[in-house]
Design a protein around this ligand. Structure first.
Ligand code: AMP
Length: 281
């Protein structure tokens, strides 16, 4: 496994790899590190699809708001490298901020994710978040020039907005969505779970339980979003629910669920930790 910390090393590797292996494919797995089994499943999927898997480990400052946990976000470089090595990753790219953002913020090109998709749900409380996501993802795409890039369905809004960028800007990259990985009890794995106490983890199980109850209600034939929301909120009682929304793939609210084009999203805080989960239906 090769580890690069500069954009120059990475670009040289990519240029050489592409010229020496013109028919081989490159898979990119962008992450912010503190890797867990959720990330690992993206890496394994990339290994199954592509000849060369590149994992980026970079806590991207431009996607964090002023009052968010950028400085506290868990950083576990040594453990991450060990996980990548064991998982058969070919290249890890772990740059310092200056490598990705060499210029003062007033001199940077910035992005405007489409408002209809970016100012709702996560974007309501995290203004500018998806602009920062698109900025770093496009930088990584341009450095790595992957054939395929792997994103978790866990961050559903991010996945849909990245897919939109690829479509709108005609990027020659295939986005592969990967299913949510959960612990044995159903809690969606997240680097932020590390902030929770044992009791917090038990409380957090209500989040996936609310989605399971929604699935069961749908199976019983309930289609109205309002009724599904009522059922879910009953289970989420006691948690600080930020939102429970039923939307289509353009992230617009649905009055009734529609098979194969519905996304049910929940965000709740447990012990002050913001936890996301969702269901693609
Ligand atoms: P992050 O490091 O949190 O930015 O996540 C990097 C990638 O891993 C994103 O595409 C996430 O959607 C994905 N990911 C994070 N947690 C999970 C999970 N529990 N299951 C599947 N993918 C995940």
């Amino acid at each position: 496994m090769q580890v690069f910390t500069t954009t120059q090393e990475l670009r040289e590797f990519i240029a050489q790899y592409k010229s020496q292996n013109p028919t081989k494919t490159i898979g990119l797995v962008p992450t912010m590190g503190a890797l867990h089994k959720g990330h690992l499943s993206l890496i394994e999927t990339s290994r199954a699809h592509c000849d060369c898997t590149i994992v980026s480990l970079f806590v991207n400052p431009t996607q964090f708001g002023a009052n968010e946990d950028f400085s506290q976000y868990p950083r576990k470089k040594e453990a991450d490298l060990h996980i990548c090595n064991k998982a058969g990753v070919n290249v890890v790219f772990m740059p310092e901020i200056e490598q990705m953002y060499p210029l003062d913020s007033t001199l940077q090109i910035t992005f405007n994710a489409p408002k209809a998709m970016a100012n709702v749900l996560e974007g309501k409380t995290r203004p500018g978040h998806f602009n920062g996501v698109l900025q770093i993802v496009l930088k990584l795409f341009n450095l790595v020039r992957p054939n395929k890039a792997f994103f978790g369905q866990k961050d559903a809004q991010q996945l849909l907005i990245v897919q939109k960028m690829v479509q709108d800007l005609f990027l020659p990259i295939q986005i592969i969505p990967c299913p949510i990985v959960r612990n044995e009890e159903g809690l969606a794995l997240s680097s932020r779970n590390a902030y929770l106490s044992a009791n917090g983890i038990q409380q957090a199980l209500k989040i996936s339980a609310s989605l399971n109850a929604t699935t069961k209600a749908i199976m019983r034939g309930i289609k109205e979003s309002q009724e599904l929301k009522r059922i879910a909120l009953e289970i989420l009682e006691g948690l600080e629910v930020e939102y429970f929304e039923i939307v289509n793939h353009e992230l617009q609210p649905l009055e009734q669920i529609q098979k194969d084009s519905t996304l049910i999203l929940v965000v709740a805080r447990v012990e002050g930790v913001r936890l996301l989960d969702n269901l693609w239906f």
